[in-house]
Design a protein around this ligand. Structure first.
Ligand SMILES: Nc1nc2c(ncn2[C@@H]2O[C@H](COP(=O)(O)OP(=O)(O)OP(=O)(O)O)[C@@H](O)[C@H]2O)c(=O)[nH]1
Ligand SMILES: [Mg+2]
Length: 468
């Protein structure tokens, strides 16, 4: 079933959406009484892909469609069939050609599909035309992704970000009364309350648009607050000098598994798309004893809806500020190279493509003939440079090499320093121990002489005690 969080969007995106009568399943309760449980049948979806010839996307229509199957299944739909068409250019009216539209319409009787899902984002006009031609509700990839996000958002921040993206998607697609919204806006009063809301000469649709417009403004304001809070939090973190390492990668690549393994966290790990939406940060200890913060956040996918990227900007800014990105890649995925390209393109779009990056080839336990002992040499055997590290986050393989490489990169952010720190400022000595590397330490009458390396971020706090 499509989740309630997004139902408003989906129902409005579809036109005459057929109401599915819930099946009544009779079960026996413990005390022997017969009970009725409602179990709605899964809605049957037919999927449609398209590929522009001459398009430079690394994704073929088949591969993209295979991913759409996963997205559809994640929302609870049952996929009953699919088709795709290669096009020189999209048809303005239906995106696909009229012959293909006819073919899909004719399949309805045989496949008994309840709705049709397109792999491309459709314009509101195309959705309307397709619904008329097919006689079935039509959704697109964006609607599915929004639905998954809506059902997976757990925190206040996650929820408002998703809600904003949903409304931005909905607004241009709004075409008739949204009674639920009306009642909300009328403070719970039924239809009568709406009349008072309507300005002179305003149609119901205009009222709905206005209500949504106001809701969007409110959500934008709330997101602005979140943004400011995150900014403060990040500033505190920057001042503390602890380096930040962000996990980035395609959805389901194993980012959360790696965070759990390396930082002993307990982030939800699931074999599904977009299990993680909200950022989680944990401290990790690197081999030399220096600490770093490891942040896990939402995964990427090709054709990530622009509404979502915009709404999740506050969350995604974590990535732009990281000292190091760990690009986690499921090396065993048949589309691993397309995943890589999508991740690099998304980082570019976010302005994070210039951050230092290590590529973590994950799930190598699934590769034939690779065991724990091979892992260390795997990347170089594949002819890859030092910034590629093979691991199995699940089996804890290759982590030592990974942590050493992280330390290597972060070490480049450190500079050599010699200081004499008075005993009254032992807090600074403690900071050095936490964040830097100590090569030599001597206690003298007035304070401590210390030499070693410190992160550039804390230099300003220590430099007044530097000695040449
Ligand atoms: N075999 C194997 N499976 C792994 C490994 N790492 C992760 N997985 C599995 O891959 C699936 C996705 O893992 P997650 O850690 O949730 O992936 P993610 O990148 O956080 O995914 P999203 O949060 O959905 O973007 C889960 O079923 C994990 O058990 C690994 O090293 N080997
Ligand atoms: Mg995750």
């Amino acid at each position: 079933m499509l989740r309630p969080g997004c139902r408003g969007v989906l129902i409005l995106a579809g036109s005459e959406r057929s109401t599915i009568i819930e099946q009544q399943i009779v079960t026996q309760s413990i005390d022997g009484k017969r009970m009725y449980e409602s179990k709605p049948p899964r809605e049957r979806a037919f999927l449609v892909g398209s590929e522009l010839t001459g398009n430079r996307s690394p994704w073929s229509a088949e591969d993209s469609l295979a991913e759409l199957v996963l997205l559809a299944e994640t929302t609870g739909l049952e996929v009953v069939g699919s088709t795709y068409q290669r096009l020189k250019q999209p048809f303005p009216k239906h995106l696909i050609g009229p012959g293909k539209v006819q073919e899909i319409a004719e399949l309805r009787e045989e496949l008994r599909y309840d709705l049709v899902v397109f792999d491309e984002e459709l314009t509101p006009g195309q959705t309307r035309n397709l619904e008329t031609a097919l006689g079935a509700p039509v959704l697109d990839r964006t609607a599915l992704i929004l639905d998954i996000f809506a059902s997976h958002a757990r925190t206040h921040e996650g929820r408002i970000q998703v809600e904003l993206a949903q409304y931005r998607y909905l607004l241009p697609r709004l075409r008739r009364q949204w009674t639920h919204l009306e009642r909300q806006a009328a403070g719970g009063r039924a239809a009568g309350g709406v009349v008072g809301l309507r300005g002179p000469g305003e149609t119901q649709l205009e009222v709905d648009r206005r209500i949504i417009g106001r809701r969007i403004a409110l959500l934008e304001e709330q997101i602005g607050n979140v943004h400011r809070q995150r900014e403060l939090y990040r500033k505190r973190r920057r001042d503390s000098g602890v380096p930040i390492v962000a996990l980035v990668g395609y959805t389901n690549a194993g980012k959360s598994t790696l965070l759990n393994t390396v930082a002993h966290a307990d982030v939800l790990v699931e074999d599904q798309l977009f299990a993680t939406l909200d950022p989680t940060t944990r401290q990790v200890e690197l081999p030399s004893g220096v600490h770093a913060l490891l942040t896990d956040t939402v995964g990427f996918i090709q054709k990530l809806p622009t509404q979502l990227v915009a709404a999740f900007r506050a969350t995604l800014e974590e990535i732009c500020e990281a000292d190091l990105l760990l690009h986690v890649l499921d090396i065993t995925h048949p589309n691993a190279s397309q995943h890589t390209q999508t991740v690099l393109d998304t980082l570019k779009e976010l302005g994070a493509d210039t951050r230092p990056m290590l590529t973590v080839l994950n799930k190598v336990d699934l590769m034939n003939g690779v065991d724990e002992h091979e892992v260390g040499h795997l990347a170089s055997e594949l002819g890859l440079p030092d910034d590629y590290i093979a691991v199995s986050a699940h089996h804890h393989w290759g982590l030592e090499t990974l942590l050493n490489r992280i330390e290597g990169v972060l070490g480049n952010r450190m500079q050599a320093a010699h200081a004499f720190i008075p005993y009254q400022r032992n807090d600074l000595l403690a900071l050095w121990h936490r964040q830097g590397l100590v090569d030599e330490e001597r206690y003298e009458a007035e304070g401590t002489y210390v030499a070693g390396r410190i992160p550039t971020a804390i230099v300003s706090r220590l430099e007044r005690y530097f000695v040449s």
